[in-house]
Design a protein around this ligand. Structure first.
Ligand SMILES: NC(=O)c1ccc[n+]([C@@H]2O[C@H](COP(=O)([O-])OP(=O)(O)OC[C@H]3O[C@@H](n4cnc5c(N)ncnc54)[C@H](OP(=O)(O)O)[C@@H]3O)[C@@H](O)[C@H]2O)c1
Length: 323
């Protein structure tokens, strides 16, 4: 059994509104005079805030269904699995490295007392993907779907093997599309659920040497935004999580190890996987669809998206590839 759902704060309810004891506010100013002009406005604003917070609380407290996380064997996916298990959700862990998944499942079961399931699957393999898709379609109580599995490649598009480029298309895009298609009908029927598609800030940029990575992540952003519009008022939330540089195994894979040097990136731009996951949940609470991890990345992306920054990005990437 997972922990008790978070309860409502003590107070009284008016239909959808839950008013906590101090919600009437103090009608007098510090001299004891009634604040006729500002008070109604303040009250409205604070009531609006409280209604939003209350609705968030209700959404979170609705159930403790399962969470399926792809790419759960390391990095951001493993951090999502830990967070969701801590919240009391049973977890279904998907990736290729079965040993890693089993170790994590054992830890989470022991530490949080949640149900765990391990599915060793290569999402670039159509048969494996079909198996995971069927599992999602038939699962009776899936509350979270985290499409997180992914990888990067180093070098310009024609230099990367076509099979590897197509693998990326399958793992980032096809897997997310199939699993969303399988999960959404039951989430709509339950009037509750959340889909987190782990994209990247690269999906908001155009960078030479990352043609497939930028475009597959751009797809995830557009897909998530359109889906979230379709699913408005259904109780199903969709987020495209756009992390910046995150300490994981991502840059150590054979695809990137030779071309990427962590020390080329200023230390203030690096995030931990746990921090990224916390920001994702904060964004989900606020119904943020495109969730960029932190103010520094929001500012950086806004600057890099200015059209006259493109030649600078091109030049910087050329220098990096020559260096
Ligand atoms: N780290 C960053 O700086 C960063 C920044 C922005 C976005 N992201 C995104 O965050 C997500 C997670 O990456 P990470 O940083 O946590 O890197 P990571 O530690 O390398 O984790 C990647 C995960 O994806 C799984 N995976 C890769 N290919 C797969 C396949 N064909 N089938 C099934 N699972 C596969 C890996 O598991 P197996 O190897 O066991 O299969 C692993 O669990 C990715 O979508 C990535 O694009 C990362």
């Amino acid at each position: 059994m997972g922990p008790e759902p978070k309860g409502l704060t003590p107070g009284y309810s008016l239909g959808l509104l839950h008013i906590s004891p101090n919600s009437a506010g103090n009608l007098n100013d510090h001299r004891g005079h009634r604040r006729f002009i500002t008070q109604p406005l303040d009250s409205l604003v604070s009531l609006g805030r409280r209604v939003r917070v209350q609705r968030i609380g209700e959404w979170e407290a609705m159930s403790r269904g399962f969470a399926l996380i792809t790419g759960a064997s390391s990095g951001i996916g493993a951090a999502f699995a830990r967070k969701l298990a801590r919240m009391g959700h049973g977890v279904i862990l998907v990736a290729r490295r079965r040993d890693r998944l089993e170790t994590l499942a054992g830890e989470l079961g022991k530490q949080f007392g949640v149900d765990t399931e391990v599915v060793a699957a290569d999402l670039a393999n159509p048969t494996d993907l079909e198996t995971v898709e069927q599992l999602v379609r038939q699962h009776p109580n899936l509350e979270y779907l985290v499409n997180n599995a992914g990888f990067g490649t180093g070098g310009r598009f024609p230099k990367v093997a076509l099979t590897r480029n197509l693998d990326m298309l399958r793992v980032h895009c096809e897997a997310a599309v199939r699993l969303c298609h399988a999960a959404i009908p039951d989430m709509i029927a339950a009037k509750h659920g959340a889909i987190i598609n782990v994209s990247s800030v690269a999906g908001l940029l155009r960078v030479p040497g990352s043609a497939m990575y930028c475009s597959t992540k751009t797809f995830l952003n557009a897909f998530s935004e359109s889906l979230s519009m379709e699913l408005r008022n259904t109780g199903v939330k969709v987020q495209a999580l756009c992390p910046g540089f995150t300490y994981t195994e991502f840059h150590d894979t054979p695809d990137l190890a030779d071309t990427f040097n962590r020390s080329d990136i200023p230390s203030f731009l690096w995030l931990s996987a746990d921090r990224v996951v916390d920001m994702s949940f904060r964004g989900l609470k606020r119904n943020q669809v495109i969730c960029i991890t932190g103010l520094r990345y929001k500012i950086l992306i806004a600057i890099l998206r200015i059209p006259w920054m493109r030649p600078l990005i091109r030049r910087a990437s050329r220098r990096r590839q020559q260096g």
